[in-house]
Design a protein around this ligand. Structure first.
Ligand SMILES: *Cc1c(COP(=O)(O)O)cnc(C)c1O
Length: 365
């Protein structure tokens, strides 16, 4: 027996974990600085940790009240109706719900290249297909409505990522409006704001009051430090918000995750500290790295290093794990997450050592 034809599917390639790398290199995970997955270097909010501990004895019960509480809390935060908040297992879960709600077999989506791989993976899981618009290195990865529209051909969903992963570039709200107005009536514009807390540009969630074809993705994985419990959401227009009930996996988010998210939302101090550290680290990377970097609105910086795979491997051997962006189609760059001050300084030190050593010129006779 065989599954259906999955030859067009690819596996998601996450940044490597510290334990994994430590095992390969025979090192202690404690010696490694993991800056490959844009995780929060301050950990989760202590209030979220307490909420997880408090919720643990009750996990024999299906999560119902906690899901309702979180949905209502988020609706109040963004001035939305509760049904406009689609809570899910990470923002990735929301991408699946949007695919399920929108795609008929054979429908197409339009995604950035380079870009986040899960948009097209999810479309394929849901019997859809993906085409791409380019974000160009020689234009400093600038994003604009025109750039998307030049590739647009009536796709059912158009994804924009702001701040963009892995480049860090930001798409303005004005451009998002232009895009929403320019696409056909049947096209949904999904604005992925996974890193929005770190950027100066305000969220596009309030545009839902004006547009029926914009949805916004948010996550607790980055600025809130809750990547391990998998919690995120989509904010969607009222007009079709009730589709959630018809497409979601029953009990879309677990008890622990909902309780952790609720606690994290109330911990302004942790959030502000996380943002402040990332802003400091971005500046430090720009100033202290000897290689070219691009301005970033996120908690990471893209750096041009030559042979990305060789640089990532060499820096890993020295205890700093960065993300080789070859899998994003940028084989000459690495993406380095913002760490604590100590981790960030260490990453700069190691990258500045490693890059000149692995330059192709240096190894040729
Ligand atoms: C991290 C990330 C997400 C969401 O991740 P989840 O952990 O599933 O919430 C979504 N989009 C982009 C571009 C990301 O980098």
């Amino acid at each position: 027996m065989q599954p259906r034809d999955l030859s067009a599917h690819e596996a998601y390639v996450p940044g490597r974990g510290a334990e994994e790398v430590a095992r390969d290199l025979g090192m202690d995970p404690e010696e490694l600085t993991k800056l490959s997955s844009n995780e929060n270097p301050h950990g989760p909010s202590p209030a979220a940790v307490a909420a997880v501990e408090e919720a643990a004895p009750d996990v024999n019960v299906y999560p119902k009240a906690s899901h309702t509480d979180l949905t209502e809390r988020l609706a109040a935060k963004w001035d939305l109706d509760a049904e406009q908040v689609w809570v899910s297992a990470g923002a990735d879960g929301s991408i699946d719900y949007l695919s399920r709600a929108f795609l008929e077999p054979g429908d197409e989506i339009l995604v950035p290249k380079p870009g986040f791989s899960y948009y097209s993976m999810s479309a394929r899981y849901h019997h859809g297909e993906a085409s791409t618009y380019r974000i160009e290195k020689d234009e400093d990865f600038e994003q604009s409505a025109d750039r998307v529209l030049s590739a647009y051909d009536g796709e059912r969903i158009v994804f924009v990522t702001t701040p963009h992963n892995p480049t860090g570039s930001v798409l303005s709200r004005a451009e998002i409006r232009t895009l929403a107005e320019a696409v056909d009536d049947h096209t949904l514009v999904v604005v992925d704001e996974a890193y929005a807390e770190y950027a100066d540009e305000p969220s596009s969630i309030d545009l839902l009051a004006e547009y029926e074809n914009i949805a916004v993705l948010r996550t607790f994985s980055k600025a809130y430090g809750l990547a391990g419990v998998r919690i995120g959401y989509a904010a969607v227009p009222t007009a079709w918000a009730d589709a959630y009930a018809r497409v979601n996996t029953p009990f879309a988010a677990n008890e622990i995750a909902c309780r952790a998210a609720l606690a994290a939302l109330d911990d302004r101090e942790h959030l502000e500290r996380s943002i402040e550290t990332a802003q400091w680290a971005r500046e430090y990377y720009h100033e202290a790295l000897d290689v070219p970097t691009w301005p970033s609105g996120g908690n990471f910086v893209l750096c041009e290093v030559g042979d990305a795979t060789a640089v990532a491997e060499a820096s890993q051997r020295r205890g700093v794990i960065v993300r080789d962006t070859s899998s994003f189609g940028l084989s000459e760059c690495v993406r380095v997450s913002c760490g604590t001050r100590e981790e960030t300084r260490r990453a700069v030190e190691v990258l500045n050592e490693v890059v000149p050593e692995v330059r192709p010129e240096a190894s040729e006779p």
